[in-house]
Design a protein around this ligand. Structure first.
Ligand SMILES: [Zn+2]
Length: 267
């Protein structure tokens, strides 16, 4: 039975919801693997220590899904507490230097031993350029980092390395694996992955059609397009909506379906 332990990173906030999920995979008495480092909260470190003691396991490997703070910032604190542990992620040179540990670089398709079994690293960019999901084939369990959050949508910051076209391709890649459950870095476990991932994809394509019709209706700025689509949205959420519209416009531009000149967009 493959039962990763969910250990919350104890970092609730506006961007993290109830806080990040990290997952400990510990075979009895053997080496353990932690997925995502959290932010170094003392309560998280205590929970890791307790879970390791209970499983009589030692922390050997910390796999980080991507270089956003809430997933990676705890690495140096963990490295101090577990000097024998290896820290691994797909490199993102612009961001990784903020978390000074000796990162072992991971690549797409790499197979890592974990709690008596193995995990395959899958490069799944879009939310961030370095994003990895980790696939446990025997149980068809997928650790999905920030690719999917139940009941919410995922931010694609096109100005910070996000790419909507890549994100959609990554979702298609997850779907093709036919996973039985997703263990995300935020929110509850997803035990109906096909429905949730397909829903994500069709929602994005619906938004894309809305952005295209707003362009054809003569709306030329990100702000005007966002206002026409997200009519009545709380003002505090408008910047996120605009970021989303920008991600769609960049995708349409890359596909030759829109162009911009000085912030003025045209179909
Ligand atoms: Zn993220």
């Amino acid at each position: 039975m493959f039962e990763p332990r969910l250990l919350t990173a104890h970092n609730p906030g506006p961007m993290t919801g109830d806080g990040n999920n990290t997952y400990l995979i510990a075979g009895d008495g053997g080496p353990a693997v932690l997925i995502d480092a959290g932010v170094g909260e003392p309560a998280h470190l205590r929970a890791i220590a307790d879970a390791l003691a209970e499983a009589r396991a030692r922390l050997e490997l910390v796999l980080v899904t991507h270089g956003h703070r809430d997933h990676a910032a705890g690495a140096p604190v963990l490295a101090a507490a577990y000097p024998a542990a290896t820290f691994a992620k797909l490199p993102w040179p612009d961001e990784d230097h903020q978390y000074p540990v000796a990162w072992r670089p991971l690549a797409d398709g790499e197979v890592l031993s974990a709690g008596g079994g193995s995990l395959t690293a899958l490069h799944t960019p879009g939310h961030s350029p370095d994003h990895l999901a980790f696939w446990h084939e025997p149980s068809r369990t997928l650790f999905t980092g920030d690719l999917v959050v139940r009941g919410s949508s995922v931010m694609i910051h096109s100005s910070r390395g996000g790419n909507l076209a890549e994100y959609l391709a990554s979702l298609e890649r997850l779907l093709a694996l036919e996973p039985a459950r997703l263990l995300p870095a935020h929110g509850p476990v997803i035990d109906d992955p096909t429905a949730v991932i397909s829903g994500y994809i069709s929602h994005r394509l619906f938004r894309e059609r809305q952005v295209e019709s707003a362009l054809r209706a003569g709306r030329t700025t990100v702000e005007a397009i966002a206002e026409s689509i997200y009519d009545g949205l709380a003002p505090a959420l408008m910047p996120a909506a605009q970021e989303n519209v920008r991600a769609h416009l960049e995708k349409l531009k890359a596909e030759g379906r829109a162009s911009d000149a000085g912030g003025q967009w045209r179909p």
